[in-house]
Design a protein around this ligand. Structure first.
Ligand code: GLN
Length: 380
């Protein structure tokens, strides 16, 4: 294995889902719904396959999907982007993240990330040869320590990577925080890469796109995907929106990573993105119910639950149960309780910082969530 990748292990999501199967545990770990995506989107995919939309797609996206992404972005942010020049369709947001790093970062460039961070950030930054500077968001509110952020910038800072709503904490970056990050980016001539895959799962506040802040569009790559919003995580359709000079880099990397993304699924994704507002409202309503079941349940089990305002995740402090760290707690939870959660220490450069926290997901049907809570109440 290459030096770039030897330090990374099997992803925690894969490890935990395999353990869930092995021990017959209820999987509140990896974030994938245990219910299906909407019929109208699945029908659109079936129809696209029947119509013979089965050969390579245009490298940077099926034209109709590039347009649908631009329409959705305008609706969400008010920004008008050119589908042909500023939208790149990728195989999930994970590929969009990799293409952004590989297409826009030079070896030795510094990139600022906020810990806890999604595991692929560190790996793809490592592939790109970037130097990672990590700023830790701390409980209970996981707010951005602005002084630390300020001193993390240097003349070598190429970009700041933001994820809002934030996996794993459920934190949503406030307007003040985004404005502070934006002005530091502008001052230091740095880029912003923003992973917004949970933008439609914003429960407590409105989602704010970094690109919509004054002076930011020209230096921002907005990353998003279909999977979470349409409960179709296996389709792996994502995209990057950026001004042409940044899209250039993203597209060059994408062209040699995967070349193009599944044609029929892109056709169906275009149909999905044009869903009426009622679809998004219903999604949020459903998730609010699930969230309440899990959050109230975890509280009644005895966890200290940190407020989650977006995503389908919630982070808790497991220390009331007396385990040494998050890994030990999660092992016991799987083997003796029959429930899977994600230890968060893997989301920090320094694992110590995450040792008290574990993440649960509520993207499961209500019976599954209730059953998991029952098991924890009986056996923890
Ligand atoms: N984004 C999902 C999560 O955080 C996992 C994706 C994956 O398994 N790579 O659970």
């Amino acid at each position: 294995i290459s030096k770039r990748l030897e330090k990374f292990k099997t992803t925690i999501f894969t490890q935990m889902s395999m353990l869930a199967i092995k021990h017959g545990a209820i999987n509140l770990g990896q974030g994938f719904p245990n219910f299906d995506g909407p019929e109208f989107v699945k029908e659109a995919a079936i129809q696209a396959i029947r119509e013979g939309k089965n050969q390579y797609a245009r490298g940077y996206g099926v034209p109709d999907l590039n347009s649908a992404v631009a329409e959705r972005f305008k609706k969400d942010t008010g920004l008008v982007v050119e589908p042909e020049k500023e939208v790149t369709v990728t195989s999930g947001c994970t590929e969009a993240i990799a293409a952004t790093m590989l297409g826009l970062i030079n070896p030795g460039d510094e990139v600022i990330v906020f810990a806890p961070f999604y595991d692929s950030y560190e790996a793809t930054l490592s592939m790109a040869g970037a130097k990672i500077k990590s700023i830790t968001l701390r409980p209970p509110d996981f707010s951005v320590p602005l002084d630390e952020l300020k001193s993390a910038f240097s003349k070598n800072t190429r970009a700041v990577l933001i994820n809002t709503p934030h996996n794993p904490t459920g934190k949503m970056f406030t307007r003040e925080e985004l404005e502070a990050i934006a002005s530091l980016c502008i001052e230091n001539d740095a880029l912003a890469f923003t992973d917004e895959v949970y933008d439609k799962l914003a429960f407590e506040a409105d989602h704010i796109s970094m690109a919509s802040l004054p002076g930011m569009y020209e230096r921002t790559v907005t990353l998003n995907s279909l999977g979470k919003t349409f409960s179709l995580t296996g389709w792996k359709i994502g995209w990057a929106i950026a001004p042409p000079h940044l899209t250039w880099g993203v597209r060059q990397a994408h062209a040699f990573l995967t070349f193009a993304t599944s044609t029929p699924m892109q056709s169906a994704a275009a149909v999905a993105l044009r869903a009426p507002d009622s679809y998004y409202e219903e999604l949020k309503r459903d998730y609010n119910v699930k969230k309440a079941i899990l959050v109230d349940g975890l509280k009644s089990v005895g966890f200290k639950v940190f407020p989650s305002s977006g995503t389908y995740f919630v982070v808790v402090d497991h220390t009331p149960f007396g385990f040494e760290n998050d890994i030990a707690f999660c092992e016991y939870l799987i083997k003796e309780v029959g429930v899977v959660a994600i230890p968060t220490s893997v989301f920090y450069l320094n694992p110590e910082e995450g040792k008290d926290l574990v993440r649960f997901t509520f993207c499961k049907d209500e019976d599954t969530l209730k059953a998991a809570v029952e098991r924890m109440k009986e056996r923890l």
